[in-house]
Design a protein around this ligand. Structure first.
Ligand SMILES: C[S@@+](CC[C@H](N)C(=O)[O-])C[C@H]1O[C@@H](n2cnc3c(N)ncnc32)[C@H](O)[C@@H]1O
Length: 259
């Protein structure tokens, strides 16, 4: 199943069969006033909206499913508690260090991070840690260790050829303004696109080929593009018609430039 919907998130989620989704990767509103769709009367109104779509989506998850939810650290503190209350299992609080995406505050430390909560439905879930390894940082030490190994806790340790395991702090440049059209930088048609390589890391780690990936707030289509690149099925949605047109266009041209 591969489908692209253009409706309110609640109606979209209602369309999905129970116990059918392997992975949810979603970047919902943050209540930060970034666009009309990101405005709420209060934190309570925002949380009510958020808790409602979470309630809707839980029955749609398979028992082996994972769910990743983007938000601000402040909102994520509430969302985490709600997911725990709903019986989902906490796996990681991932901090996305946005590198070039930082704000300009002089009254407190500048905002340069977003949170990605990773939860699973049960203790039985996919986690392809070997497929998302990243290069070791201390290259000289690693070069030396690959010849003779390093003694760690009394055992001789050799670095893994594919690189090191991924930790909970992720460094990806923000995607905004970075998309290219025939080699030229263009201002992107969505206010908050996520980096394709970041979404691909999540999909590689937490699903397998032909699994079903869902995103009720797909915006410019990043989750769909990543799923298609990685041969996963996807079911995605956004209530904004222009964004869905953009999503369809981007999914047609799979050759999306990376940052
Ligand atoms: C943070 S953006 C997602 C951006 C996306 N990750 C990307 O890479 O382009 C959130 C999206 O949610 C959509 N949205 C907001 N409220 C919605 C609702 N009630 N139902 C469906 N979509 C909604 C907005 O139109 C917006 O595109």
């Amino acid at each position: 199943m591969t489908s692209i919907y253009n409706m309110d998130c609640h109606d979209f989620i209602n369309e999905i069969n129970d116990n059918s989704i392997d992975l949810v990767v979603t970047d919902p509103p943050y209540n930060m006033n970034k666009a009309e769709w990101d405005k709420f009367d209060s934190t309570d109104a925002f949380l009510e909206f958020t808790y409602r779509w979470i309630d809707d989506i839980i029955p749609k998850l398979k028992n082996t499913a994972s769910i990743y939810i983007f938000n601000t650290p402040f909102n994520s503190a509430y969302i985490l508690q709600y997911l725990v209350k709903k019986g989902l299992i906490f796996q990681n609080w991932i901090t996305w260090d946005k590198r070039d995406g930082i704000g300009a505050s002089k009254r407190k430390y500048t905002h340069g991070q977003e949170t990605i909560l990773f939860f699973t439905v049960s203790k039985e879930y996919t986690f392809n840690f070997d497929e998302i390894r990243i290069p070791y940082e201390s290259t000289d030490r690693i070069k030396a260790a690959s010849k003779k190994g390093i003694i760690k806790n009394g055992k001789r340790w050799f670095p893994n050829e594919k690189g090191r395991l991924v930790g909970e702090v992720w460094h990806f440049s923000s995607a905004r303004h970075k998309q290219k059209d025939h080699g030229k930088l263009i201002k992107f048609q969505h206010v908050t696109p996520k980096p394709l390589d970041l979404i691909e890391r999540i999909i590689k780690a937490s699903s397998n080929e032909n699994d079903l990936v869902a995103d009720p707030f797909v915006g410019s289509g990043t989750t769909g593009i990543a799923a298609k690149n990685l041969n996963r099925k996807f079911i995605i949605n956004d209530f904004n018609k222009e964004y869905i047109e953009l999503t369809k266009e981007r999914i047609k041209n799979v050759d999306i430039p990376r940052n």
